[in-house]
Design a protein around this ligand. Structure first.
Ligand code: ATP
Length: 512
């Protein structure tokens, strides 16, 4: 896939009511987007898939919905006031601003690409006898590239860990990284930039309080740990899940809904006994990867990426990356956060935040394993995986969104062949009997062929056509989105045919 496909996905999202730029009639607002009539359905289905996989499938995971505004000291305790920064750098010629760490990561990714191309070329040349491991160990060009990569990577990881901004700049200079816009290497110094949005609560007369828009939903879970544990009589290990908005004043926001300033997260904090966190970390890594792969987009499109720099609170961290049209990118983070958050809130609030473990007969501060996924990035994952251009019937082509049926915004379109002879009424009758279970859409405009294309473009898995025969024998033609095959079925069989395929239950059962 390429940047070109990405552009097509962005315009498809707009044209078919999935995603609109925010405030569009005022020329938009940077990195803020609105979800349209189709987008909101897809988004809700994604959220439900996640929510149910957490709170339905796990007896020991419960949900909450905490407020966006929180006491400002929470962000002192969490470390966000002091450390939620990105290193930024400007190009003096183009006046464009970049994340310095991202420039270096992209440089490393380019070296990886070069190595992979060498390997692919050789694989083609040698055919079946190709031994990839041996080739990587012996080919001089690969070895040179790998050595260069390792050297830059080590320097980069050290600079990040030591927070050494001068060294990060020096790496950019030494690697001769240029600004993609101006093509020059005329860089400013690297500076830290805090990503939290602040506003004021209360009138200025009473001395307004500076509050932040939360940059993650996790802290709402930590500060409610005792409330939930006590009122829910929860026993460690247990988890608290939450879906909600988060806000970050991102420096570079040029990748559609991949990086937004207002976005939504689905986070689950799992509280465990100290010392057991790494076992749980592996367990949740596996569980979350299974959740992604169950969607059937192809296992090769996912990979884990372990962190070079652990956040101040973590003792293990990995990302689940998905192959977006612009390369493998983080969709979800899984972190072993130790007891950092609960201990810190204990210290800052002066309230004891501990758990009495009846089996061990002692109190302790639980350790935490977090799974954190962006709804919008997941939306982009689903869109990128589903978007397909196909050649059909000779020179004709179609764009079809091959959503897993459980996530599709519309499950069934009901199309009267003609706008007369009682066919519309019959079509409405079918919708009226099915609408309690499935989101249906009625469409009577244009030829059937055009109507099929419109449904393909929004990913509707089933179309049903009502014709004159329907009035006589109560059968309809059902057409399947992916194969475009059609068959004649009885109206009273429709529900059975569709139910299983579009139900979240079928997807959730794969996770058990
Ligand atoms: P990145 O390195 O891409 O900035 P991050 O590591 O800061 O992301 P986390 O703090 O781990 O991200 O947040 C968890 C998840 O929230 C991410 O995996 C991503 O799916 C989502 N997310 C984070 N920032 C954004 C954003 N600006 N826009 C959309 N989704 C986001």
């Amino acid at each position: 896939m390429s940047e070109d496909i990405f552009k097509k996905i962005v315009s498809h999202c707009k044209e078919y009511g999935f995603v609109f730029p925010s405030s569009e009639i005022y020329d938009g607002l940077g990195a803020v987007y609105d979800y349209g009539q189709m987008g909101v359905e897809l988004k809700n289905n994604i959220k439900k898939y996640w929510w149910d996989s957490m709170v339905l499938l796990n007896e020991n995971v419960v949900g909450i919905d905490s407020a966006i505004f929180m006491h400002p000291t929470i962000w002192k305790a969490s470390g966000h006031v002091d450390a939620f920064n990105d290193p930024l750098i400007d190009n003096k010629d183009s006046k464009k601003r970049y994340r310095a760490d991202v420039l270096i990561e992209e440089y490393l990714a380019k070296i990886d690409d070069k190595i992979n191309k060498e390997v692919e070329k050789a694989a083609k040349r040698f055919g079946e006898s190709f031994d990839e491991a041996m080739f990587r160990q012996t080919n001089q060009r690969v070895l040179d590239q790998q050595a260069k990569r390792d050297q830059v990577h080590t320097r980069f990881a050290e600079a990040l860990n030591e927070n050494n901004l001068d060294e990060i700049r020096q790496i950019i200079i030494d690697c001769e990284i240029v600004c993609p816009i101006s093509g020059t290497r005329n860089w400013t110094d690297v500076r830290q930039f805090n990503l939290m949005f602040a506003t004021e609560m209360g009138s200025t007369a009473d001395g307004a309080m500076k509050v932040y828009l939360r940059p993650e939903t996790a802290q709402g879970i930590f500060v409610n740990f005792l409330n939930v544990q006590k009122t829910g009589r929860m026993k460690v290990p247990f988890g608290i899940a939450q879906i909600g908005k988060a806000f970050r004043n991102e420096i570079v926001a040029r990748q559609f809904i991949f990086r937004m300033r207002e976005f939504e997260q689905m986070e689950m904090q799992f509280f465990v006994r100290p010392g057991e966190e790494l076992q749980w970390f592996s367990k949740w890594k596996e569980t979350r990867m299974k959740w992604h792969k169950a969607l059937g987009f192809g296992d090769q499109k996912y990979r884990f990426h372990d962190h070079d720099k652990l956040a101040h609170y973590a003792n293990a961290a990995t990302d689940i990356e998905f192959e977006m049209p612009f390369g493998f990118k983080e969709v979800e983070g899984i972190h072993s956060r130790t007891d950092f958050d609960l201990s810190s809130h204990e210290k800052f609030s002066g309230k004891k935040i501990q758990y009495f473990d009846p089996e061990l007969n002692k109190s302790y501060t639980p350790y935490v394993v977090e799974t954190s996924i962006g709804v919008d990035r997941m939306f982009l994952t689903v869109m990128s995986a589903a978007y397909t251009e196909e050649q059909v019937e000779g020179s004709e082509s179609r764009v079809v969104l091959k959503f897993p049926p459980a996530l599709a915004p519309i499950k069934l379109a009901v199309l009267p062949l003609l706008k007369k002879d009682n066919l519309p009424e019959k079509a409405r009758e079918i919708i009226d009997s099915l609408k309690f279970d499935f989101k249906c859409q009625y469409d009577e405009k244009d030829s059937i062929g055009k109507r099929y294309r419109r449904q393909d473009a929004i990913g509707t898995p089933y179309c049903v056509t009502v014709d004159h025969q329907t009035l006589q024998d109560n059968t309809v033609t059902i057409r399947y989105r992916d194969t475009m095959e059609q068959e004649r079925v009885a109206i009273d069989k429709l529900s059975d045919i569709i139910s299983d395929k579009v139900s979240l239950k079928t997807l959730l059962k794969k996770l058990n």
